[in-house]
Design a protein around this ligand. Structure first.
Ligand SMILES: [Zn+2]
Length: 279
């Protein structure tokens, strides 16, 4: 599998919120997405980052508050579809979109991907869809980003069929074989959002990538087992599970130093991994 780490825009946020003991300065939070080019199933992506729809959806109060909290920078060339074009890919070439969770900065380009199947853990969306719209903000959810034919293109992960994982994924013991060929393994990373899904994917040279979405905002949090500022717990549906997940990531980091762990918003990690483009 060819793997390219990219990002569609970024927002800014205070470092001392992103990590306990962080400095009083503003840092960039890239909105990562990954292009996964499977030898048999073709090109797929993990998450989508921002799109201009984020601005459309946050024009009015109270959703405008979302924009103020996380000011977004997005250029034309950053749009997912424009970046795919640089690889010679059209939206209709993308067979699957793996959705880590439904926060707006991970799904804003779903409406541009009119031909893809959407793969996600069922409980990541089931709670949100039935919320009264007045509660969307509390969950960083912008329902206008969900395509109208979302249900008919959804392929929810079958949670009744977990696979036992080998030691190379420890301490994660259970995952989901998302394509049936063991090439992409989804794991639950609870705490930050309901049903958050991380992916283990191996690239063509055998390197194991672990996309951990927002289970940690910064790689440093995983390296040092250091959570965000306590105030961030207000954003998390299950702060205790968040802490446990972070502990598991830290443990994997210690015992599997060769795994390339990719938190979606870690500027240092994303900058280091943005591959030279494959034309
Ligand atoms: Zn999130």
């Amino acid at each position: 599998m060819k793997i390219n780490i990219l990002n569609a825009g970024y927002c800014t946020s205070p470092e001392h919120i992103a990590i306990h003991g962080g400095r009083w300065r503003t840092i960039h939070f890239p909105a990562m997405f990954a292009l996964l080019q499977h030898p048999r199933f073709g090109p797929m992506i993990f998450d989508t980052g921002y799109s201009y729809r984020f601005f459309d959806e946050t024009k009015k109060f109270p959703k405008r508050f979302y924009r103020w909290m996380t000011p977004v920078t997005l250029k034309e060339e950053d749009l997912v579809i424009n970046q795919l074009a640089e690889f010679g890919l059209r939206p209709q070439d993308i067979s699957h979109v793996f959705i880590s969770h439904f926060h707006a900065d991970h799904i804003a380009s779903l409406p541009d991907l009119n031909w893809s199947r959407f793969v996600y853990m069922p409980h990541a969306f089931s709670g949100l869809r039935n919320l009264p719209p007045s509660e969307d903000m509390k969950h960083a959810f912008l329902r206008g980003l969900i395509p109208t034919d979302f249900d008919s293109r959804s392929h929810e992960v079958d949670m009744s069929k977990p696979v036992l994982l080998s030691e190379e994924y420890a301490p994660f013991k259970q995952g989901y074989d998302l394509l049936g060929d063991e090439s992409i393994i989804g794991v639950e990373l609870p705490g930050h959002a309901h049903g958050q899904m991380g992916l283990f994917v191996r690239d063509e040279s055998g390197r194991l990538f672990f996309f951990v979405a927002d289970a940690a905002w910064l790689k440093q949090s995983i390296v040092e087992n250091r959570p965000p500022h306590k105030i961030a717990n207000l954003l998390f549906p299950d702060p205790e599970a968040y802490r446990e997940t972070l502990g598991n990531l830290h443990s994997h980091y210690l015992t599997h130093p060769d795994t390339i762990i990719v938190p979606s918003h870690c500027d240092e990690t994303i900058k280091a991994l943005r591959n030279p483009k494959v034309k």
